[in-house]
Design a protein around this ligand. Structure first.
Ligand code: NAD
Length: 503
């Protein structure tokens, strides 16, 4: 790697920040008090975006609009086929603006542009999948209750849903929630992260163009305490769909409990990849590097704990280190970049603090470990730590940076103990040619997803979510729309009722 990094300034730097207004009841509006939030590109250092900054008044207006749209508007009442048509139109419009959206996400989050394009393409696919599910949503009927009875179980949209999203996959994560809530017939208030809101406002524009009725989707930029918190506690909100840290997830659940709202939680992870000696070690080494450093490790699914069999540790880690040296770190807008900028200087300091603490605890830096000097922005060298043990904070806590912690094992029982020795349970990976080994790990690891001889693939068809403190509920998959519904049981009685109570 050539140090320091020289970062070229893109055209956006001289054009000045793009401005975005809140979407409330079908109109783009400024905040009532005129406040704005700015976002600097973490990879380049210039101001990319300026958003109107919502507060309590805007939350009230957005929830009221969503509630009105739910109570009296056409969206929950129209045919699923009509809702699906609008979702499909939205998917087409997202696809048409893919480059614009990907560039905004890359500029605001620091992620590589090639990766951002992949994410937006993936989001298009999810919107189409949700449209298909809208038309297959159905309840149940029971004709087995005796000749006089018919039981019907309806699936009805749950109501107003607050959707709160993090910064690491700005457009993709909103797309793992919103189209399913819409497919069910819900109305929504959406809060993207205050650091990466631009692409969600483009989505708002697209949805209005696609023909979504006013008030069905409202979008607010703002801080968690000012906007996220009242979106959770508001009495007219029936469900909260939250993706973010376990810390804020717990606060959100506690607040939602006041009005007994339904919550769906996609939270942090500390995922292990277990490598056995009989694996395809070349493929496993490449996947280990991908899992550790993809999205600069700012990924709930990051395979941040590499759990390697003692017998192969030296050779395998040698291969991992050699591959790591070839990972291009640099300008998020450069097509060849694999690892872009860190989201903020505060977050970079937190990650380097974890590395320093791990060294203090007795592990050693095997590769990287240093901030990369750059002409703009903040970058961290992909880092590998050896000699990590289960008791260290680096082995148990979510670091959320390009830091791979290596632990070793001697037996499958030991590997499983290490993999499960964390409060999280989002995902895990196992590498072995033996079906017995793979099945033993897959069955005994406590996580919502297990990848066998692959890592971090995702499909709209497959449910995603966490065990333990990684979350509550599942997103995606064929039941994703059902999650945004209530069940209503209707019992029909035919003829005169028998078995009177008083007589
Ligand atoms: P965060 O918890 O700090 O913020 C997430 C969202 O919550 C933001 O929009 C924020 O403004 C909002 N928020 C903050 N305080 C709030 C409050 N008091 N009430 C309501 N909302 C509030 O998380 P982050 O730093 O943006 O994202 C990184 C975290 O997200 C990591 O822990 C990562 O593992 C997790 N994540 C999980 C998944 C998953 O699918 N499991 C996916 C992506 C990210």
């Amino acid at each position: 790697m050539n140090l320091p990094l020289t970062i070229a300034m893109p055209a956006e730097a001289s054009a000045g920040p793009k401005t975005y207004r809140l979407l409330i009841d079908g109109k783009f509006v400024d905040a009532r008090d005129g406040r704005t939030l700015e976002r600097n590109s973490p990879g380049h250092g210039f101001t990319v975006s300026r958003y109107a900054q919502a507060g309590a008044a805007e939350v009230e207006a957005a929830v009221t609009a969503a509630h009105k749209a739910f109570e009296t508007g056409p969206w929950p009442r129209m045919k699923a086929a009509e809702r699906a048509a609008i979702l499909l139109k939205a998917a087409d419009l997202i696809e048409a603006r893919l480059e614009e959206i990907a560039r905004l996400d890359a500029l605001e989050s620091g992620k590589p542009i090639a990766q951002a394009r992949g994410e937006i393409g993936g989001a298009v696919d999810i919107w189409r999948y949700a449209a298909a599910l809208a038309r297959t949503l159905h309840g149940e009927s029971y004709a087995n209750l005796g000749d006089a009875m018919l039981g019907v179980v309806l699936r009805e949209p749950i109501g107003v849903v607050s959707i709160i999203a993090p910064w690491n996959f700005p457009f993709l994560i909103v797309s793992q929630k919103l189209p399913f809530a819409l497919a069910a017939g819900c109305t929504t208030v959406v809060k993207p992260s205050e650091m990466t809101s631009a692409s969600t406002f483009v989505l708002g524009d697209i949805l209005m163009q696609a023909g979504l009725p006013d008030g069905v989707v409202n979008i607010l930029a703002g801080l968690g305490a000012d906007v996220g918190a009242p979106m959770v506690s508001h009495q007219l909100v029936e469900m909260v769909s939250f993706t973010g840290s376990t810390r804020v997830g717990k606060m959100t659940m506690a607040s939602a409990a006041n009005s007994l709202k339904k919550v769906s939680m996609e939270l942090g992870g500390k995922n292990g990849q277990i490598v056995f000696p009989d694996a395809d070690l070349e493929a496993a080494a490449d996947a280990a590097v991908f899992a550790g450093f993809f999205n600069a490790g700012e990924c709930c699914n990051a395979g941040s704990r590499l759990i390697v069999h003692e017998a192969i540790a030296d050779d395998f880690l040698g291969a991992v280190k050699a591959l790591t040296a070839r990972v291009t770190v640099g300008d998020p807008l450069d097509i060849s970049t694999k690892v872009g900028a860190m989201i903020s200087s505060e977050h970079l300091a937190k990650v380097t603090g974890y590395v320093a603490a791990a060294a203090n605890d007795g592990s050693s830096v095997y590769s990287g470990g240093k901030q990369i000097a750059s002409s703009a922005g903040q970058y961290l060298d992909p880092t590998i730590l050896r000699g990590v043990t289960e008791d260290m904070a680096i082995a148990r806590e979510e670091v959320f940076g390009p830091v791979l912690s290596v632990l070793t094992f001697e037996s499958i029982e030991g590997a499983l103990r290490i993999a499960n020795n964390t409060p999280y349970g989002l995902s895990a990976g196992v590498w072995s040619a033996s079906i017995d080994t793979c099945m033993s790990v897959a069955r005994n690891v406590r996580s919502g997803t297990v990848w066998v001889n692959t890592f971090m693939e995702g499909y709209p068809e497959l449910p995603f979510g966490g065990y333990k403190q990684s979350g509550l509920g599942r997103e995606l998959g064929k039941r994703a729309v059902e999650d945004y519904t209530e069940e209503k049981t209707i019992q029909f009685h035919r003829g005169q009722r028998t078995g009177w109570w008083v007589g």
